[in-house]
Write a protein that binds this ligand. Structure first.
Ligand SMILES: Cc1cc2nc3c(=O)[nH]c(=O)nc-3n(C[C@H](O)[C@H](O)[C@H](O)COP(=O)(O)O)c2cc1C
Length: 205
């Protein structure tokens, strides 16, 4: 089984990374393959609504978004983690996720999603909500933990002192592994749920 981690933070060894390290330890203990993509210092363009992805199955900007898409295709789970900037996920990560989720040509149904946020003080749950929405529109069950997955810290490394936050990350990772394994069993036993042809109305007709 494989988990893809996308880290939005530009800070190497920062607080988002500390939260992810805690999760990664659990994944490794449980024999889960981990692939991490850091996008915080990348010059990430926003979606330009060109529609080229609908024809070509990939984003017109051939950067880490397409690299992540290739990893996401065969992953059983996706962790998206962000530092909180103005009570939101950081802008590069939002641009990245909008292009990723808009351009992927494959079905993400029953890939498990988990959202993580790191902040000095405020905006954790707003960011958590924002990130979970990418999973909610994609048929992805959302893994939860013992709280709303957030960790506190301002300076690099401070999150390592947030014992409750670190425990949240371990719990989240364990729950995520359980969900991924259960879904794999369920797929074998019952197959994926039936899918109807998508109806898309634009509130006009
Ligand atoms: C542009 C910017 C905006 C920020 N906005 C918030 C905020 O709204 N709330 C908060 O608690 N911390 C805010 N912070 C602090 C970071 O969320 C905090 O330092 C976090 O630990 C950074 O994670 P990292 O070390 O993984 O990059 C902000 C930091 C920056 C650089």
């Amino acid at each position: 089984m494989k988990v893809l981690i996308i880290n939005g933070s530009p800070r190497k060894g920062g607080n988002t990374a500390a939260a992810l390290r805690e999760m990664e330890n659990v994944f490794r203990e449980e024999g889960i393959e981990v692939r991490q993509i850091d996008i915080g210092t990348e010059a990430v363009r926003g979606c330009i609504a060109c529609g080229s992805c609908a024809k070509n199955g990939k984003c017109v900007f051939d950067d880490k978004v397409n690299e992540a898409a290739a990893e996401f295709r065969d992953a059983d789970g996706l962790v998206v983690a962000s530092p909180v900037y103005f009570a939101s996920a950081n802008a590069s990560l939002v641009a990245f996720l909008q292009r990723l989720f808009y351009s992927i040509p494959f079905d993400t149904t029953m890939k498990v999603g988990a959202a993580v946020a790191a902040a000095r003080r405020g905006g954790l749950t707003a960011t958590y909500d924002e990130l979970n929405k990418f999973f909610g529109i994609s048929g992805m069950p959302i893994a939860s933990g013992q709280y709303w997955n957030g960790i506190h810290g301002r300076e690099k490394g401070e999150a390592s002192e947030d014992k409750e936050g670190l425990q949240m990350m371990r719990t989240l990772a364990r729950n995520m592994v359980f969900l991924m394994k259960s879904i794999a069993l369920g797929k074998k036993e019952y197959g994926l749920p039936e899918k109807e042809k998508r109806i898309a109305t634009n509130f006009v007709r």
